[in-house]
Ligand binder design. Sequence first.
Ligand code: MHO
Length: 203
Amino acid sequence: PGESSSVSRNQYAWAYFALGCFWSPDARFGSMPGIGATLVGYAGGSTPEPRYTQLGDHMETIWVAYDPRICSYNQLLDIFFQVHNPMRAPIKRQYASAIFPVDTEQERQAHAARARYARHLGGALATEIQPGIQFYPAEDYHQKFHLQQHRRLFEQLEAHFEHFDELVRSTLAARFNGWVSGFGTRDDIERELDALSAPAGPR
Ligand code: MHO
């Protein structure tokens, strides 16, 4: 869709992945240097206006904004294939494995990576590759889910942002969400504390 012409308006390109329950990949990707923002949501289906309780044929999906000068799409694909089991058929479509490329270059790299991991793992992968999806952000309580379980920390962070939406789209929230989930260290976070501004994401 038009929303995704890479690296327009700012230094970030966009990527979308589905790999099971989105809480943990949100934290894993969010902890990586080069990731400016993450959101969780629903994509890959045709049901209009999906909600968590009414997913229809959509999958739990994460959106990431990444700085290609720091972190390549190929590196994201490596993380994607390494943090879930792409050979396992999902118990339901909600938790299916999928890559949603935003342009033909991402699509090419996605196919190449899937073939590479199929060879490496020695069998066909369940991972779908579906370009041109629409992404629907999930309900507030799913955004930075692990961080939100740390009530007092989350409230302190909220005080620094005008809107909830700004907080959950911030680099700061992405890193803290990673940190409380066991990804990255306090030193890692302190080293990039000046990179706090968030890119605009899908509405
Ligand atoms: N098994 C998880 C699913 C949540 S995820 C957002 C749980 O209910 O704890 O699908």
